[in-house]
Design a protein around this ligand. Structure first.
Ligand code: ZN
Length: 500
């Protein structure tokens, strides 16, 4: 007779197949689908996701989990089967603890809210979005009640993106980051500004695209198990570890967003391509959390892709791809231009030194909304006050202020923190890697990323979802998420660029 674990694994493989099919449809919707296909696609997706959910949350799955645990007995709790069962049980518990009626209501509310948000942003009119956001917040506060026992109501929201991470963890880390980054920005503001006009010339899309492919290939992106296409918003998606797709876009206003967007998505893709094949079609496939995923994209995009050693190797390659625009521009000038620090209103356009400030203020506002300390009606004023306090800029309207991100309208509360956690983890991993590999800068100067990729494969990628983020980071670096390496990195890098 098949063991309970075997039967469970067989069931989960079917669930994974349904999810992969839905993910592939979602990719098609964002890359190739003609506008007319929207309804059919929506129906197919809803059916596939519902089937996957039903298969995963059946009572017999709970029964199989219990029996499989008995079979396993006192096996090593960090062993693969024990972790597989623990993670599957955690996912099962989370998926079954939320009533179906709530899921349906949430889907309806956020669908309407996203439409309202689009219109409100267009008209720069927060008042039009306010009743929708009030409904979203009320639903989030209800969601929290399905997971009693948390020390803080926000814990349950955070846990969906960063398993095991608590509000107290995040606050403790942010309390260290906030004053140091504000202080850094103040001294930078007193220095002569870097000139980045050269980046805003018209650049040929094809040259930049070819260059971004050169770099993704050098990083180790496996084109036999991945591809790149164009879409309105860049993203990465994995149909398992053997079919990992990234997208990019070209914007006349920011030609280099094509390059850095590609490097970012390549970082996500390298992670997915590196997950152990034994995790394929199980609950262990994919990344440990959004924060850990973001640590990989940020590491390749920023710590590598905006570093001096990287450009010492790649600048001549770029000059060969786009010869006209960069004629006479030295690598030093180019390096400074791509690292210009300038407080601005829009998160997605923020540089490395200001990005966390955008994130931290959103997390503070979310926590206040969930705690009930802040009313939705007072959100725009609170937003503008924090922008002023953290970045010294004040939005002139709601469109470039409180309405700029889609997240809240889509019900994604607890999500923003993962961007900053990703930044912090990226530097923590890098510092550990560099300490063990004294030639790492020299390797990068030669365009050789193999030691870095292989270290990340061993320490992070191969594990997939085996370990919760804090545990994964502790195993790789010897400590849980720690803001110190990222702060050291920022202060050192921008201290040099701005001669502080
Ligand atoms: Zn990302």
């Amino acid at each position: 007779m098949a063991s309970a674990l075997d039967t469970l694994n067989e069931r989960i493989r079917e669930v994974a197949d349904l999810r992969h099919a839905a993910d592939l449809l979602e990719w098609d919707e964002r890359v190739y689908m003609p506008a007319g296909g929207a309804t059919t696609h929506g129906e197919m997706q809803a059916t596939l996701r519902r089937l996957a959910h039903e298969k995963f949350t059946g009572a017999d799955v709970g029964d199989l989990l219990g029996r499989a645990r008995d079979e396993l007995g006192s096996a090593d709790p960090d062993g693969r089967d024990a972790r597989l069962l623990a993670v599957t049980a955690r996912d099962y518990r989370k998926a079954t603890q939320v009533p179906a009626a709530y899921v349906a209501e949430h889907a309806q509310v956020v669908s309407a809210a996203q439409h309202a948000w689009g219109d409100a942003r267009q008209a720069s009119d927060f008042a039009a979005f306010r009743p929708h956001l009030e409904k979203v917040i009320a639903l989030k506060r209800q969601y929290v009640t399905f997971f009693p026992g948390g020390a803080h109501p926000y814990d349950a929201l955070l846990d969906d993106y960063e398993p095991g991470m608590t509000t107290a963890d995040v606050k403790a880390v942010f309390d260290v980051v906030r004053p140091r980054q504000i202080a850094l920005l103040k001294v930078i503001a007193g220095r002569p500004q870097v000139d980045d006009a050269l980046l805003r010339q018209p650049f040929p899309e094809s040259g930049l695209l070819q260059f971004s492919v050169d770099v993704a290939s050098a990083f180790g992106f496996d084109w036999t198990r991945g591809r790149q296409d164009k879409s309105t918003h860049p993203f990465a998606t994995a149909i398992g570890c053997d079919d990992v797709r990234i997208t990019t876009r070209f914007m006349d206003r920011y030609p280099f967003s094509l390059l850095f967007g590609t490097l970012h998505e390549t970082g996500h893709a390298l992670y997915e391509q590196g997950v152990a094949r034994t995790h394929h079609r199980t609950q262990l496939e994919g990344g440990a959390s959004l924060g850990v995923h973001e640590s990989q994209s940020r590491l390749w995009e920023n710590l590598v892709g905006r570093s001096r050693p990287f450009w010492e190797h790649f600048y001549p390659v770029l000059q060969a791809r786009v010869p006209e625009q960069l004629r006479g521009v030295t690598v030093d000038r180019f390096y400074q231009a791509i690292n210009k620090v300038e407080p601005s209103l829009i998160r997605v356009e923020a540089d490395e030194a200001t990005y966390n400030m955008h994130v931290m203020m959103r997390v503070e506002l979310e926590i206040a909304l969930v705690e009930g300390r802040l009313d939705v009606a007072d959100l725009p004023a609170a937003w503008n006050r924090l922008m002023e306090e953290y970045l010294g800029v004040r939005p002139a309207d709601d469109a470039t202020g409180v309405l700029q991100d889609i997240h809240w309208s889509a019900g994604l509360l607890g999500y923003f923190a993962t961007y900053t956690l990703g930044n912090l983890i990226s530097a923590q991993l890098w510092e550990r890697f560099a300490a063990a590999h004294p030639t790492c800068d020299a390797d990068i100067r030669r365009g050789d990323f193999s030691a870095l990729l292989s270290w990340l494969r061993t320490e992070v990628h191969q594990h997939g979802r085996m370990f919760e983020p804090q545990e994964l980071v502790r195993r790789a670096t010897g400590a849980p998420v720690d803001p110190a390496p990222y702060l050291r990195y920022l202060e050192q890098k921008f201290g040099e660029i701005y001669s502080l």
